[in-house]
Ligand binder design. Structure first.
Ligand code: HEM
Ligand SMILES: *[C@@H]1O[C@H](CO)[C@@H](O)[C@H](O)[C@H]1NC(C)=O
Ligand SMILES: *[C@@H]1O[C@H](CO)[C@@H](O)[C@H](O)[C@H]1NC(C)=O
Ligand SMILES: *[C@@H]1O[C@H](CO)[C@@H](O)[C@H](O)[C@H]1NC(C)=O
Length: 315
């Protein structure tokens, strides 16, 4: 009963239309009623211990969905047959984190319902729950299966790098069926988590439109030429580093953001207006809705996916 109410509330929040489409919120409520709670429990414990892994999982969801759709292809370990899976692509390695939490959630779910819940949905639930624990928001739907294709080269092809300008960002989102509003809303995820210095050192010396005060702070924390063995991390949102809130948009307005891709949101009047609106008012609900849309990219069905027994290897 509680579950049904929760689903209903979620449906209203993510808009009824989405719930009635092919993405079924509460897909597992008949097939494996405890699934979502089991995942939430594991994620809650992990995030309380280290909020950073929550940020890692939110990013993991994005990186999974933008490459081969939301199919958990990002989780696959290298094998002799596929020595270069997505996981090892430059946007993911070594920065992507939270894999152990997904493993723990999957094994906990397998104990209660073996072979029912896909790894893709575990990432989606975990990203939702991580967002929830870091703020208070809603659920993306379940129902996708896991893919078998995972290629490192595709991470570079589809994941936008931090130096992209607005035109390029809009292009990479459009290629995945997301629009410019989704870009502005989802970029707000940079209100949590961290970045390695190598992702933004080019912006620390003039000419740069980074706030000079922030640039000074970062120059003190980052080597001039970071390399693989010397690449410290800094928080993305210096004001509320672990809170899923609209502070990101205030940071964008104040030019207190790390990447060109963040600053670029001010480079067109319509996106700048959106940034200003989110800086003033509510963002969380828009984010929840956009995360659901993100979760709908190139959804796999049983025909081209599978329920893996372990998320790191295909069955
Ligand atoms: C718009 C294009 C985007 C670009 C260019 C971008 C780029 C980046 C980069 C370079 C980092 C730092 C990685 C590192 O050096 O450790 C990062 C971190 C992060 N990104 Fe994005 N990102 C984008 C969109 C998104 C979206 C759509 C989401 C989720 C909805 C997201 C969530 C995150 C999170 C949560 C982190 C922190 C991860 C951690 O702490 O481990 N990003 N992003
Ligand atoms: C990635 O590499 C595979 C084979 O190694 C190739 O078939 C595929 O087209 C490449 N994808 C991209 C986006 O370059
Ligand atoms: C964005 O970058 C692309 C590729 O470098 C370039 O062709 C385009 O003119 C740039 N757009 C803007 C608005 O700067
Ligand atoms: C990385 O940079 C540090 C100094 O910043 C240097 O001591 C080290 O040799 C460099 N490592 C590599 C692998 O280039």
């Amino acid at each position: 009963m509680a579950a049904r109410v929760a689903i209903w509330v979620a449906c209203v929040l993510v808009m009824v239309a989405t719930c009635q489409g092919r993405l079924r919120v509460g897909y597992y409520h008949r097939k494996c009623p405890p699934a979502e709670y089991v995942v939430r429990d594991v994620v809650g414990k992990a995030v309380r211990q280290n909020p950073g892994v929550g940020a890692g999982i939110v990013r993991m969801f994005f990186h999974d969905c933008f490459v081969q759709g939301c199919d958990a292809s990002v989780l696959l370990d290298p094998t002799p047959a596929n020595p270069q899976p997505e996981k090892l692509g430059p946007p993911n390695f070594p920065s992507l984190r939270g894999f152990e939490v997904i493993d723990a959630a999957k094994s906990a779910v397998e104990k209660v319902c073996p072979g029912v819940v896909s790894c893709a949905d575990i990432i989606a639930f975990a990203a939702r729950d991580a967002s929830f624990f870091l703020s208070g928001h809603r659920r993306p739907p379940g129902g996708g299966s896991a893919g078998r294709v995972s290629l490192a080269n595709e991470t570079l092809a589809f994941l936008p790098p931090p130096f992209f300008n607005l035109t390029q960002l809009v292009g990479s989102f459009q290629a995945k069926g997301l629009d410019v509003d989704d870009l502005v809303v989802l970029s707000g995820a940079h209100t949590i988590g961290r970045s390695h210095c190598s992702s933004f050192t080019d912006r620390l010396s003039p000419p740069s439109d980074m706030n000079p005060a922030l640039a000074t702070v970062l120059r003190a924390k980052c080597p001039a030429n970071p390399n693989f063995t010397n690449d410290p991390t800094v928080v993305q949102d210096v004001v509320t580093p672990d809170a899923m809130d609209n502070q990101y948009y205030k940071n964008v307005l104040a030019k207190n953001v790390l990447f060109d891709s963040d600053a670029a949101l001010l480079s067109s009047p319509p996106t700048a207006a959106k940034v200003a609106a989110f800086a003033r008012g509510k963002w969380e609900r828009s984010f929840a809705r956009a995360m659901v849309k993100l979760g709908g990219i190139e959804v796999k069905t049983a025909a081209n996916g599978e329920i893996r027994r372990m998320c790191r290897i295909v069955n």
